[in-house]
Design a protein around this ligand. Structure first.
Ligand code: ZN
Length: 200
């Protein structure tokens, strides 16, 4: 059961809200919170047999589920939103590339590098962190890129809300991806990195 794909929950206006697992998804169907669905059918959950009708209950869950209610002031929220920083989403933001040597690495080989080291007053913030391989991070040590004579391959950025939903996604399906891409700004570096990830 745990291997079911996650559904993307959106509001009735189509704004992406969050990823939900099969438990939350089936619950939303069961309490009739689902207004419409998009994307493909993911799976069907079977319930008990109704003693009167003899019909077995079943819920088919879609990859994208619109639930009741609009998200108030969502655009404003999106503009000011700063997602929490964690390595999982940071590495994905940087397409699992070391931002110094450009080599692609697995999650375990990557580290969070503070561009301006914390010891020199650098913040632990999206704008001051990049993915770096252990080797480059070790080489750079407690120095800034200038001090260490290394160059950053890309400027770090703060993901917006839709970008963060993308970064949080596990095994995002093609239809969900297509939907999410519509909410990721055209100038976002993620567009190129998403293509990179597909090629890899
Ligand atoms: Zn490196």
């Amino acid at each position: 059961m745990a291997n079911y794909h996650q559904s993307l929950r959106i509001d009735t206006t189509g704004l992406p809200l969050e990823w939900i697992d099969y438990r939350d998804a089936t619950k939303l169907y069961a309490v009739e919170q689902v207004v419409y669905t998009l994307g493909n059918e993911l799976y069907t959950i079977y319930g008990g047999v109704n003693a009167v009708s003899g019909v077995r209950s079943q819920i088919t869950v879609n990859s994208i589920i619109a639930t009741k209610g609009k998200t108030k002031h969502f655009q404003d929220k999106m503009r000011d939103y700063t997602p929490p920083l964690n390595n999982q989403t940071l590495f994905k933001r940087d397409a699992y590339l070391c931002m110094y040597c450009g080599t692609r690495h697995g999650r375990r080989e990557l580290t969070r590098d503070h561009i301006t080291p914390v010891s020199q007053g650098g913040d632990d913030h999206w704008n001051n962190v990049v993915s770096a391989c252990k080797r480059c991070n070790h080489h750079k040590g407690g120095r800034t890129p200038e001090q260490a004579g290394v160059e950053l391959l890309a400027i770090p950025f703060v993901p917006n809300y839709a970008e963060y939903i993308y970064l949080q996604g596990r095994n995002i399906l093609a239809d969900q991806m297509k939907f999410l891409l519509g909410y990721i700004p055209k100038n976002s570096p993620l567009h190129r990195r998403i293509k990179l990830e597909r090629i890899a």
